[in-house]
Design a protein around this ligand. Sequence first.
Ligand SMILES: C[S@@+](CC[C@H](N)C(=O)[O-])C[C@H]1O[C@@H](n2cnc3c(N)ncnc32)[C@H](O)[C@@H]1O
Length: 285
Amino acid sequence: MTTVQQSLRAANKVLAAADIPDGPRDARRLMAAALNTRPDRITLCLNNALDAAEEKAFFAKVDDRSKGRPVSHLVGGRDFYDRWFFVNEDVLDPRPETEMLVQVALSARFGDVLDLGTGSGAILVTLLAARPTATGVGTDISQAALRVAARNAAAHDVAARAAFRVSDWYARVEGAFDLIVANPPYIAADEMDGLQPDVRLYEPRIALTDEADGLTAYRKIVAGAPTHLRAGGQLMVEIGPTQAAAVTHMMSKAGFERVKVHPDLDGRDRVVCGQWPENADQNRG
Ligand SMILES: C[S@@+](CC[C@H](N)C(=O)[O-])C[C@H]1O[C@@H](n2cnc3c(N)ncnc32)[C@H](O)[C@@H]1O
């Protein structure tokens, strides 16, 4: 008989030998999936015995994780802003730091929202779930990603208020919104080789990099925002920690007001937001 605790210890050794960062946390998430419970409940089961099927399922996943497969792919999803999102190899695994973009967005008033590069739909679905009367559009260049987003919208009961569209940024977006959010691919091409293998090998390359300097998407998103924002509307983008100066400059130069950088919980620059002027419609003539 093997207990949960003994199995976790054995798994920690396997993951440490494979140089998996934060192996014990991953082992707990995999154990929670094997036992069909939540990771924060594992401590209560430490002395329980695993049956043969649970043990086999757990160690098969530990083995996959030791080869670099992301935990979210092994357990079918992950938590984001207190909700469970289905995730597969077609989408970026939604990151905890993106929760900061959601938090900043929820400080704004909006009746409708455009999420550019929606991926799993984590941002759009969370915003719509938090604002029960709001509507939204999620776009992505990847049809496969949009299938994941639509599944998550249905799971969180916002499908009737969310539309998903294949689009190269604004190419197939009509109308103007109160709020535009985006977490675009912002890793520069020459930084790709330095990424952890589970990111580099298992997440869609198009979700990670613009194959250039990391700023291509911001140039397009900022340039197109004025025609897709109502007067007084806001643009909010997630950035890489070194990109704040470049993106704030872009937004100020394009005419945005109150351009501001928000740090994430680790103190790194993470979100840039700006407001399109209240009198913008008059200026447009
Ligand atoms: C960093 S991921 C973000 C996914 C999701 N919004 C999140 O925060 O977890 C960037 C997303 O942008 C999409 N994307 C890349 N190039 C695009 C383009 N030209 N037009 C629209 N979406 C694009 C990718 O497919 C990917 O889903």
